[in-house]
Design a protein around this ligand. Structure first.
Ligand SMILES: [Zn+2]
Length: 427
């Protein structure tokens, strides 16, 4: 099968005008110009007969987008909570999730979220499920996924300890599209030894791990040893579970919990010091920044500019629909390109001046190749390269681009003309 489009955007090499992508058995075998003059031809590949060619006309063909941080089981809470500071939202979310029929409601909304993702050009998600209910639902949807089993030690349902985490993982059935992931929730909900056990389990299984980290000032204050800063019910549960940051800085505490383990992916990392950004860079963790959720909670300016300068890889994620308007990752990147440069609560001119401007190519990398790296799938997806899965998205923009298809794609409204996962059409 050969996909031909007015523009092929491999991400890890320059866009190809009138390009084509050859696919066999679900994998990319060649990426080149239709005329064959440029691109990356694979040895022995040849243009097939006319029936084998899908001509997508004036479309921009990109790798399928990768959303490394979401909670699809919260799709059912879309629009139920207004923008608010994190902790009042969190209290409300706990209340909503405590209802008698919440398990069935959440289970029923996973596939809905996955299909919303696919229809917006997202072909892979890093999905966190609190009660490990999402993976059987996602298994039935032809989207690529890393299903993260979540360890939350202060919860009233499993997995609440390393043994329960291990049995949750044992239940999960991987396939070509489903990879197991592990996530200790956050430093204020899981004790250090259990965070360590979780990342060691991920290392033992050679699977990715992620965690919510440095999301709020209160979390950092708690880790640093202050009390009376979190929601009272959480602080009480944390004390009962023996959770104690030991008076450390947030990144020192992370290192304390994960020393020796492979690097992971950290959701948010909204509040870090310059020294901690250097620590992040040295350790090789990927940061998963969720710009629209960030604005929803009214956080101060995200240190993404400083992270970029320090060489910290930053991917974009949507988080869940309980704190975002859509699961469309392109809109997340467009938001960062426009509103993101004037972040909420940052009134000082210094903050404004420090706001980064991102090239369209850089934004696209954050929702493809860097996002794939967050899921440790960057050798499999995230760019159009020989040997990777043929996870593709074809977009049509109002004015077909003359020269810079990536700027057009990020700069104007687009419609999704088709989506393929492992070479099979799904949208
Ligand atoms: Zn999250």
């Amino acid at each position: 099968m050969i996909f031909r489009a007015a523009w092929v955007v491999p991400v890890d090499s320059p866009p190809i005008r009138d390009g084509c992508v050859h696919v066999a058995r679900g994998r990319i075998t060649c990426v080149q110009s239709w005329a064959g003059g440029v691109g990356i031809p694979a040895a022995g590949s040849a243009v097939g007969s006319a029936e084998d060619v899908l001509n997508l006309g004036d479309c921009i063909l990109t790798p399928g987008l990768v959303n490394p941080h979401t909670h699809l089981e919260l799709t059912c809470y879309a629009g139920t909570t207004p923008p608010a500071p994190f902790w009042s939202w969190f209290r409300e979310l706990i209340r909503l999730r405590g209802g008698p029929d919440s398990l069935e409601r959440e289970r029923g909304s996973v596939a809905d979220g996955a299909w919303q993702s696919l229809r917006s050009g997202v072909t892979c998600v890093g999905d966190i499920s609190r009660r490990n209910i999402a993976w059987p639902e996602l298994k039935r949807v032809p989207i690529r996924k890393v299903c993260f089993a979540e360890l939350l030690s202060i919860a009233d349902s499993p997995p609440r300890n390393p043994a329960e985490l291990r049995s949750a993982v044992a239940e999960m059935a991987e396939d070509d599209l489903l990879t197991i992931g592990i996530t200790p929730h956050a430093p204020y909900t899981v004790p250090a030894d259990q965070i360590r056990a979780a990342v060691e389990l991920a290392a033992e299984l050679r699977r990715p791990w992620c965690a919510h980290w440095a999301e709020t000032r209160e979390e950092n204050a708690f880790v640093a040893g202050r009390r009376g800063v979190l929601l009272e019910m959480i602080e009480r549960a944390a004390a009962a579970a023996g959770i104690d940051g030991g008076g450390r800085g947030s990144l020192d505490y992370l290192e304390h919990c994960t020393r020796g383990a492979p690097p992971g992916a950290l959701a948010h990392v909204n509040y870090v010091e310059p020294r901690e950004i250097e620590q992040l860079a040295a350790r090789g963790h990927v940061v998963m920044y969720c710009p629209r959720a960030h604005a929803f909670f009214g956080h101060t300016r995200h240190p993404i500019a400083e992270m970029r300068r320090a060489g910290v890889p930053v991917a974009l994620g949507t988080d869940s629909l309980a704190s975002n308007q859509s699961l469309a990752l392109l809109d997340e990147a467009r938001f960062l390109a426009t509103c993101g440069a004037r972040e909420t609560n940052s009134s000082s001119p210094g903050d404004q001046a420090a706001s980064p401007e991102f090239s369209a190519a850089e934004l696209l990398r954050m929702i493809t190749l860097v996002a794939a790296r967050a899921l440790r799938l960057d050798d499999q997806i995230g760019s159009l390269a020989v040997g990777k899965w043929a996870d593709l998205a074809a977009f049509r923009v109002a004015t077909p681009p003359d020269d810079d298809p990536v700027a057009s794609l990020l700069g104007m409204e687009s419609t999704v003309a088709g989506v393929w996962v492992g070479g099979a059409r799904v949208v």
